[in-house]
Design a protein around this ligand. Structure first.
Ligand SMILES: [Zn+2]
Length: 406
């Protein structure tokens, strides 16, 4: 199973560490970051040589302009750059648009051919050769070939009604018809839960309507396996199973968690998440307001993230929830066991210097490695054991749902 992590400027340093490099497959670079931090992203790619691809994030184009604005009501710089790149619109005029009313682009009127070509070209030509050459010189390495993204993603918007479904289909087909390169080209199926609920046979329809491709990226907006009903989990599993078409197709989930690891047994080939617990995402952008930054700690025994305060309370309640990854063992070894506050000290150290991110990377990698030799029965047995062992935790409900579903 390919483990991807979403690149951002905070986790960059962690993902770049040599000792971490073997613990994940590759990175997904959001287009807003790719375009705004082109040089530093290119340097990262050039130096670490891990596979990557760019999420073109085109779903912002049919949303109200106010959704891509900062607090001062101006479109954010990174989006303005993308608008220029994808649509060829003059960025300076965007400031003068009626923010409440207009969307960035009218799907029914835009020049689709040009849009599809631009989105693909942005990904193909993304790397900044100057930054890569500089890194090579700095590292005194032989000149490396420009590696390029390992796959390309056709433009997409959020599918929430029949019009946006049809737009996505046409957009994807146009991109495929105009492309003859060697790098695999993927379609991205981003869907709202409402549209899914209203269309019980959607996955069969997609398989038929998108028969020009074998490569799918799936994103169910706001889907979070830890909080979903059994019904929604079943539906998600069914989407993966159908679109995988008996493993004839390659299929990745754009935002996933441990549940996605289990879905490898139903045809899923990889998934991505944020390093800091970003296991879901809503496809409707919102005006940025700078909310509270929370720390999420992964708890492998519960197969989920907990907020820092919940994590601290849970390990006080049940010490067995502390994991045995290299990082946690190392931190625990440094604690004075006769100190009555050693659990608190352990938690403090884990939160320090991004240790909890490294801990998560190690744990997830371990889970992924265990997956390879195990069949579904083994995995579910393991899940049942965890669910029973921690049956006093209020944070275990999802384990019961997952067992029901699978
Ligand atoms: Zn750990």
């Amino acid at each position: 199973m390919r483990l991807y992590y979403r690149y951002d400027n905070i986790v960059r340093e962690i993902l770049a560490r040599r000792e971490i490099s073997g613990a994940y497959y590759g990175t997904i670079i959001p287009a807003t970051i790719a375009i705004y931090y082109k040089k530093s992203v290119s340097a990262f790619i050039g130096e670490y040589e891990k596979p990557y691809f760019i999420d073109p994030m085109t779903y912002f184009i049919n949303q109200p302009i106010k959704n891509i604005c900062n607090k001062q009501n101006n479109p954010r710089r990174s989006y303005k750059m993308l608008i220029q790149e994808y649509l060829g619109l003059d960025v300076e005029n965007i400031d003068n648009i009626h923010l409440e009313e207009e969307t960035v682009w009218d799907l029914s009127e835009g020049d689709m051919d040009l849009f599809c070509r631009n989105v693909l070209n942005f990904q193909i030509n993304f790397e900044d050769t100057e930054a890569i050459d500089f890194m090579n010189e700095y590292l005194e390495e032989e000149d490396q070939q420009q590696s390029g993204p390992e796959l390309l993603v056709a433009p997409y918007v959020l599918i929430e009604d029949d019009d946006t479904y049809e737009f996505n289909r046409r957009c994807s087909e146009t991109t495929f018809n105009n492309y003859d390169g060697d790098v695999p080209l993927f379609v991205c199926i981003a869907i709202s839960k409402n549209y899914l609920a209203r269309n019980p046979n959607l996955e069969e329809r997609i398989l038929e309507d998108f028969s020009f491709t074998n490569n799918f990226i799936i994103w169910v907006s706001a889907f979070n396996a830890v909080n979903e009903s059994v019904e929604n989990l079943l539906r998600f599993k069914n989407i993966i199973r159908i679109l995988s078409d008996n493993s004839r197709n390659t299929i990745f989930n754009l935002y996933g968690d441990y549940f996605s690891l289990l879905l490898s047994k139903f045809g899923l080939n990889g998934f991505s998440s944020g390093l800091r617990g970003g296991t879901k995402k809503v496809a409707r952008l919102r005006k940025s307001g700078g909310g509270r930054v929370t720390t999420n700690v992964y708890v492998p025994h519960l197969r989920r993230f907990l907020l820092e305060e919940d994590f601290r309370a849970e390990i006080q309640r049940d010490e067995r929830l502390i994991c045995n990854c290299i990082k946690c063992d190392e931190i625990m070894e440094n604690q004075l066991r006769d100190d009555p506050f050693y659990l608190e000290a352990f938690a403090n150290d884990l939160m320090d210097e991004k240790n909890y991110l490294v801990h998560f990377l190690f744990c997830r990698n371990e889970e992924n490695l265990n997956l390879e030799d195990a069949d579904l029965v083994d995995l579910l047995g393991d899940l049942r054991e965890k669910s029973e062992l921690h049956n006093t935790s209020v944070f275990r409900g999802h384990l019961v749902n997952w067992l029901d579903d699978l």
